[in-house]
Design a binder for this molecule. Structure first.
Ligand code: NDP
Length: 329
């Protein structure tokens, strides 16, 4: 069994030296436990925060111990009622080839309904984040103009498509390369821009000349400032992530225009997907139906091999992914 440990706490950008590949024995299950051979593991931006030794909504990773995170795999040994070898399951012990888990920490998924990898992405955590943030937190209404940053990523690409499917008037996305911008247009975004092409405020004004009603924030900083500037009265922002500052030792100066919240009666609301897990009951049939009917598409960027999981994570932070970044273990 090979697994990835946290070798040091990064200051600023993590590097390959942040991680260590360690070989251990394949575990055997005790009573009530299963052993899972992971087939896909997720790398996610929130993992960067857990590498710091600070209190947050998720506990920090321990040094010289395996990292963890979402994974799917196949049960290879079971001493738990209700689980048999060959079952496909979703759980929280990624970053390793074999995971030892209590049955209560493992959820069966149906690989016949959708590919196993999608339970980490469009039908899993990132898809639910998009759904909950757009519909419950920002309360998008039909006809409204929506702007989403990080739009070619796992969360953002689903936000834009759900907005269109739920009747948004205009959907605008920003992303980090011309190829990503082209992909957003193919996914049905009405307008898209590469945020490297100029001040975000100006790019957003050309993409949404009449302003925006909803902003789904994956990036923070200059993007958030631009969105506040473009908001129409009573606009709402769902604050999902601020990846522009995850690797900067100092927080950014922007947004500098918070006073606009008053006159425009804006609402900025942060949220965690963990608080919306109850929506899974309506989310899976609705989004699963759109997938089946070909109304919603998803991209995956797949890196092969547990030894390349650190490179996949670093690539995610640098924007090398289109859609969900995954490691095929
Ligand atoms: P993505 O698939 O969107 O991958 C991250 C992307 O961020 C990269 O592809 C890159 O794309 C972009 N990026 C990196 N640095 C910058 C920067 N300086 N400015 C603008 N864009 C940047 O990841 P996820 O979809 O998994 O996550 C998206 C956001 O949602 C993150 O902020 C994450 O922390 C947050 N999140 C929050 C949750 C919650 O419960 N609140 C749950 C899940 C995710 P590009 O090429 O476009 O720069």
């Amino acid at each position: 069994n090979r697994e990835i440990h946290l070798a040091e706490r990064p200051q600023g950008w993590p590097t390959e030296d942040t991680f260590r590949l360690v070989t251990t024995d394949v575990p055997t299950p005790g009573p009530g436990q299963v052993v899972v051979r992971n087939t896909f593991m997720s790398v996610d931006p929130y993992m960067r925060g857990r590498m710091n030794d600070v209190e947050s909504y998720a506990p920090p990773y321990a040094l010289d111990a395996p990292l963890d995170g979402g994974a799917v795999g196949e049960v290879v040994a079971s001493k738990a009622d209700g689980f048999a070898s060959g079952d496909t399951v979703l759980h929280g012990l990624g970053w390793r080839e074999y995971a030892l888990l209590d049955a209560a920490a493992v959820q069966k998924v149906d690989p016949a309904l959708a590919p196993a990898s999608t339970y980490l992405g469009v039908l899993g955590m990132t898809g639910l984040t998009a759904y909950a943030g757009l519909l419950e937190v920002a309360k998008m209404q039909p006809g409204e103009t929506v702007f989403v940053s990080g739009a070619a990523g796992a969360v953002g690409s689903v936000v834009g498509q759900i907005a269109k499917l739920r009747g948004a008037g205009r959907v605008v996305g920003s992303a980090g390369s011309p190829a990503k911008v082209e992909r957003l247009r193919a996914l049905g975004f009405d307008a898209a821009f590469d945020y490297h092409d100029g001040p975000v405020g100006e790019l957003l004004r050309s993409a949404a000349p009449d302003g925006i009603d909803v902003y789904f924030d994956n990036v923070g900083s200059e993007h958030l400032e631009a969105a506040i500037g473009a908001m129409r009265p009573n606009g709402r922002a769902a604050l999902c992530g601020m990846i522009a500052q995850y690797n900067t030792p100092e927080p950014p100066a922007a947004p500098r225009n918070l006073a606009m919240l008053i006159g425009k009666r804006l609402t900025l609301r942060g949220f965690l997907v963990a608080d919306y897990w109850h929506l899974i009951e309506q989310f899976v049939p609705e989004v699963g139906g759109w997938l089946r009917d070909g109304k919603l598409s998803y991209d995956e960027t797949i890196v092969d091999g547990i030894e390349n999981a650190p490179a996949a994570f670093l690539g995610l932070l640098r924007g090398e992914n289109l859609g969900k970044m995954l490691v095929r273990v």
